[in-house]
Structures are given as structure tokens and as C-alpha cells.
Design a protein around this ligand. Structure first.
Ligand SMILES: O=C(CO)COP(=O)(O)O
Length: 252
């Protein structure tokens, strides 16, 4: 049985005091059972403090991006070595906002996935189609290409450790959620692709999240789908109370 992984992607929100207060609010309240894992994906300046606050709790701390090189003349960038060194466990890679505004490509995502694996970070790889692509019936092929390119060159074992987040771009921050069956259909396709490029065992193991306007009101329905193993949540992860509700749904 795969566990549910609920990850809150705060994006470029909060100041340090708010980030710390959030962690204090949820610590001790995250369900202790093995069915769910809770991750907070925060901006770089908050990471050391959040890792410290999360010690002794079940909450894991993730970055929202990183560079693929270990060190060097890359002004303004943060390396996988730095993230691992401070106790970050996960990193979001290839989020659609990074692909759209910061020139992230399938190629750089692939380099970052390899770098994450090398340095002991679990990548949360985001894939998803635009509204135009969905309307042109290109969803499956777009997502399939993104998955294959992101995972290129990884061993089946490494692929099995990766988390994939299916986030249809038209559902992000819009209040429009993919219907649970549509979301499941794409997640099932991703699992099939993973089976082809790795193995059936890997496909059975890999965690595939859905993201896009996930809220306490729709999480149960989404998690009831066989191929949806969790959620990558933006807006509804900003308040401790609603994030906890999502995690509690994952623990059922
Ligand atoms: O982009 C997302 C998470 O990475 C989804 O954001 P929303 O939950 O705000 O739609």
C-alpha cells in the first residue's frame, strides 16, 4: 500500500515569523500513523528555521527549486549540497510557474532530478498541461513527454523514490479542480509510463500526487481515486488549520 503524501507549496508567501508560527501550530497535531506524510515547501530564507522547528515532528521540509550544480559561479542560485546540508529532505522541481516565468525546461528539470538523487533529496517533479493542450486532446502526450524527459537516465530504484505531481496548469490557483476521475486518468497514465520506463514494481511504488485547487472540501474525493497518492497544495496550505485538515484526510 502506498502512503498519502500531502505537500503544502507556499510559493512566494509568508515572512519568517509567520512561517515559524505555522510550524508551531501544526507540530504535535500531524497524525502519527504511517498512512500519511506531511511536507512543507517553503522559500529559501525560511528553510533552516523550519527544519529546526520540524525536528521531532513528522513534518518534512522541502525547497521549491534548486540549481543542478553542486557549487560555483552561479550568482543567486542555491545548490542541492546546500539544501541537504541544512536538513531539507525534498525539493519541488519543474513547477509550472518555474517553467513559465523562469525558463525551466524538461532538460534542466532532468539535470536537477539527477542532482537531487545524487545528494539525497527526494524530488517532487511537477508535470501538467495548459488549458489549450487539454482542449486539443494533448494532455496525455504532453504529460507523458514531461515524465519521460524528467526521469531520463535514472535507475528504476531512483524512479521509485521520486514523487510526481500532476498539476494541470488551468487548475492552479483558479478554483477549478480537475474532476477526480479526470485527475485519476492522468495519474494512471503516468503510472503506466513509469511501468514502461522502469518496471511494474516501480510503478506500483511511485507516489503520484494531484495538484490544482485542492482544498479540505475536495481532498477526500481526490484521495479516493486509486492512482492519486496525495496532493501538492498551494492556497489551501497557507493556513495551518486547512493544511492540517488535508493531512488528516490523508491519514484516514
Ligand atoms: O501550484 C500548486 C501547488 O504547487 C497548486 O496551487 P493551488 O492549490 O493554489 O491551486
Amino acid at each position: 500500500m502506498r502512503k498519502h503524501v500531502i505537500a503544502g507549496n507556499w510559493k512566494m508567501n509568508k515572512v519568517l515569523s509567520e512561517a515559524e508560527a505555522f510550524l508551531e501550530n501544526i507540530s504535535g497535531k500531524v497524525p502519527e500513523n504511517e498512512k500519511v506524510e506531511a511536507i512543507v515547501c517553503a522559500a529559501f530564507p525560511f528553510l533552516p528555521a523550519l527544519v529546526e522547528k520540524a525536528k521531532g515532528t513528522k513534518v518534512k521540509i522541502a525547497a521549491q527549486n534548486m540549481h543542478f550544480e553542486e557549487s560555483g559561479a552561479f550568482t543567486g542560485e542555491v545548490s542541492p549540497v546546500m539544501l541537504h546540508d541544512i536538513g531539507v529532505t525534498h525539493v519541488v522541481l519543474g513547477h509550472s510557474e518555474r517553467r513559465e516565468y523562469f525558463a525551466e525546461t524538461d532538460e534542466t528539470v532532468n539535470k536537477k532530478v539527477h542532482a537531487a538523487m545524487k545528494h539525497g533529496l527526494i524530488p517532487i517533479v511537477c508535470v501538467g498541461e495548459t488549458l489549450k493542450q487539454r482542449e486539443a486532446n494533448e494532455t496525455m502526450s504532453v504529460v507523458e513527454t514531461q515524465v519521460k524527459e524528467a526521469l531520463k537516465g535514472l535507475s528504476p530504484d531512483q524512479i521509485g523514490k521520486t514523487i510526481i505531481a500532476y498539476e494541470p496548469i488551468w487548475a492552479i490557483g483558479t478554483g477549478k479542480t480537475a474532476s477526480s476521475s479526470d485527475a485519476n486518468e492522468v495519474c494512471a497514465h503516468i503510472r503506466k509510463v513509469v511501468g514502461e520506463i522502469a518496471s511494474k514494481e516501480t510503478a506500483d511504488k511511485i507516489i503520484i500526487q494531484y495538484g490544482g485547487s485542492v482544498k479540505p472540501a475536495n481532498i477526500d474525493e481526490l484521495l479516493s481515486q486509486p492512482d492519486i497518492d496525495g496532493a501538492l497544495v498551494g492556497g489551501a496550505s497557507l493556513e495551518a488549520e486547512s493544511f492540517l485538515q488535508l493531512v488528516e484526510a490523508g491519514a484516514k
